[in-house]
Design a protein around this ligand. Sequence first.
Ligand SMILES: *Cc1c(COP(=O)(O)O)cnc(C)c1O
Length: 355
Amino acid sequence: MPRPISASIVPAAVAHNIAVIRRLAPNSHVWAVVKANAYGHGIERIYPALEAADGIALLDMDEAVRVRELGWQKPILLLEGVFKPEDVELADRLGLNVTIHCEEQLDLVRFAQISGRIDVHLKMNSGMNRLGFAPGAFQAAYQAAKDIRQIGDITLMTHFANADEGDVSWQLDRFDEASRGIPGPRSVANSAGVLWHRAAHRDSVRPGIILYGASPSGVSTHIAEFGLRAAMALNSEIIAVQNVNAHETIGYGRSFAPEQPMRVGVVACGYADGYPRHAPTGTPIAVDGVLTRVVGRVSMDMLTVDLTPCPSARVGSRVELWGDQVKIDDVAAASGTICYELMCALARRVPVRTV
Ligand SMILES: *Cc1c(COP(=O)(O)O)cnc(C)c1O
């Protein structure tokens, strides 16, 4: 028998979340962002739910090939564009839409030996200072792109630095100002833009994390009102129970000692499964549907939980590390990270089921 840990992926939750996105941004095309193997969920697993999207956005050529092999005929957008001349040829053959964020990428397309035309997303750096043409160079970049025979339709694009925390108008204003007079559709909003910045919806939106039912702000309560559903659950079981005396310590580093005697459950899940080692005592976890807390240090293959709120728990009791009841955002927040990282870090050794 394998260890009792497993992850469940719920394509129906992704389909539901796309419907939520459609209601929020009814006039925008929806690019479903599935980079990093659909944020750890597995592109193939959630693929049936993506039918409801207008396009798929990702950044690995391998993933683009996989999506075409699955039969996807609608647009695919390469979010970081191309890196080598052969990428342009493959993009042409696969009919990919390619981001162009710098002069070097304009040249890659300009000198590509292709007969077709590639649709592009011309990206402006409106303040993120990661990828994109500076606002002052954007008009020239657009003119250059327009003059390149191999380029077809041009969408104007930018990306927010802090749409999850507050104001995006400083970036939107720069984007609008620097792209004034340029025709063509606009694409601006990530998940936070979809949820919280109507002015950013524009012609197409690029939601990622909310497809999977988690919060772009890292705070689970921020998305409660939208009715998104978690697309991933991580479950395991209690494999041992210890009755620990008051002031005895639990686990490595002897970091936790209960004030009172405590029944402690040992769970088959550790950092080698992708559970964050930084999860401190107090991190939420559920045993037999009862919310309780992690106690002591997370080790490679196991972690320990306080069974005080669930006295009938025993070996074999079901544990939810995250899912519908325990929000992945809350586990991430307790551990000093964000849900994105936990999803992407789900380890290979964890068996995954599609439900
Ligand atoms: C990852 C990414 C997104 C999606 O971001 P979320 O916060 O997951 O919605 C959108 N646009 C670009 C350019 C990205 O790289």
